[in-house]
Design a protein around this ligand. Structure first.
Ligand SMILES: O=C(O)C1=C[C@@H](OP(=O)(O)O)[C@@H](O)[C@H](O)C1
Ligand SMILES: C=C(OP(=O)(O)O)C(=O)O
Length: 426
């Protein structure tokens, strides 16, 4: 398939029920914990996308058996060993979840990935590992590529962690901590974004029988076994965002099937954010149903807890009937791309007036115009462009294949949502 994509223009109301694949974040945690567990675990409906395929490959490289029969994935722990090189692609989940696992391996584990991975912040994680007695070689910038010299065991114990640039630094340490000799007593040095993702980690650990308690400054994980666990992976609610947004933009109705009643996924916050933008949101027997009026209301919100929803919400803001202000998202500059800069460029190209704040964006809609938009190698920028394309005729996305990071068949699913042919540019 061509990587240049003509995003379908579709002003008519959509009316669809969509089923989405498993959560990237839950699949990554399930794979890591299954790899550290005391027996085999079965994952039902895991995500199969670039990020999770690379995570499975990384664990296999380290000595874990990961069997995928096309239905379920069965993970059978093995002796972790180096020397190996792990390809993290552009996945923050691998960059931050794998090194603490690598520290438990016997041998050197080099972590590398896409050119942009080399820019993603990770100094807080490498410093914490060193403080816990792990030898790590890097270029002095705390970024990939780096080598974790696993010694077969990690002492563990108290550690202060700077996770201001990514919650995944906390999650990565907590996920492996039960296997450290002394467990882990993690104290935050400052704030941490995306707290729902840390809560997801704590919940997932407890489901695997790990003893995690909240402390004044962080979390304590007791040393002990990680219980094997069979689980069904929830659908990815962040990837639901563009599909639900289509209901707002077109004045239509979209239901995402199997919306969990209780979840730690940040996408759950769509059921308050989309009503703030004029949608009606109800839970039906089938899932979460969003109905729009065709008019999108502006949004003023702190998105610090739900940063990964920003690109799609920002696209909605560019189509709203007034100015929006999104804050609390300085850490998005270290995501797949500098998302504040990328959104500034893309929304400006389609006619909005955009002002970058130190921690966010002000977006004032303007006369809409056609544009060629880059994906910036960022799956969520492709999804944001898709939302813009519904209302703005002539949106073309280059390097749209970036969407395979978390939703390989996004373009087919989008065409299905609209009942249209796929729209690839020859
Ligand atoms: O733990 C996770 O699965 C994630 C945590 C968040 O990272 P940051 O805290 O770096 O934003 C989120 O944006 C990312 O998409 C997934
Ligand atoms: C920030 C994201 O990804 P990563 O897990 O690579 O950090 C994201 O999916 O929006």
């Amino acid at each position: 398939m061509s990587d240049v994509w003509s995003a379908p223009h579709h002003p008519a109301p959509v009316d669809a029920v969509v089923t989405l694949p498993g959560s990237k974040s839950l699949t990554a945690r399930a794979l890591v914990l299954a790899a550290l567990a005391d027996g085999p675990s079965r994952l039902v409906r895991p995500l199969r996308a670039r990020d999770t395929d690379l995570m499975a490959a990384a664990l296999r490289t380290l000595g874990v058996r990961v069997d995928d029969d096309g239905e379920d994935v069965v993970v059978s722990p093995g002796t972790l060993r180096g020397p190996v090189t792990v390809d993290a692609g552009l996945a923050g989940t691998i960059l931050r979840f794998l090194p603490p696992v690598a520290a438990l391996a016997d041998g050197a584990v080099r972590v590398d990935g896409d050119p942009r991975l080399h820019e993603r912040p990770n100094g807080g994680l490498l410093a914490a590992l060193r403080a816990l007695g792990v030898r790590v070689d890097d270029d002095g910038r705390g970024r990939a590529p780096f080598t974790v010299h696993g010694a077969g065991r990690v002492r563990g114990g108290p550690v202060e962690v700077d996770a201001g640039e990514s919650s995944q630094i906390v999650s990565g340490l907590l996920l492996a901590a039960a296997r450290f000799d002394e467990g882990l007593d993690l104290a935050l040095a400052g704030g941490v974004p995306s707290m729902p993702h840390v809560e997801m980690t704590v919940t997932t650990l407890r489901e695997h029988g790990v003893d995690v308690t909240a402390t004044d400054r962080g979390w304590r994980v007791a040393p002990g076994p990680v219980a094997a666990l069979d689980r069904v992976v929830e659908p990815d609610l962040s990837n639901a965002a563009p599909f639900l947004a289509a209901a707002l933009v077109t004045g239509g109705r979209v239901t995402v099937r199997d919306w969990p009643a209780v979840t730690t996924q940040p996408g759950a916050h769509l059921d308050r954010l989309l009503p703030a933008m004029g949608a009606q949101v109800v839970r039906t027997a089938e899932g979460l149903q969003v109905t729009g009026t065709g008019t999108v209301r502006p949004l003023v919100a702190d998105l610090g807890e739900v940063g990964e929803l920003t690109p799609v919400l920002a696209a909605l803001c560019a189509l709203a009937d007034g100015p929006s202000r999104l804050t609390g998202i300085a850490h998005l500059r270290g995501h797949e791309t500098d998302r504040l800069q990328a959104l500034d460029e893309v929304l400006t190209a389609v006619g909005a007036r955009v002002r970058q704040l130190p921690d966010g964006l002000e977006i004032e809609p303007g006369p809409r115009r056609a544009a060629v938009l880059d994906s910036y190698a960022d799956h969520r920028m492709v999804m944001a462009a898709a939302v813009l394309g519904l209302a703005v005729e002539g949106i073309t996305v280059t390097d749209a294949g970036a969407v395979t990071k978390t939703l390989p068949d996004f373009r087919e699913r989008w065409a299905g949502l609209l009942g249209e042919p796929i729209g690839a540019v020859p």
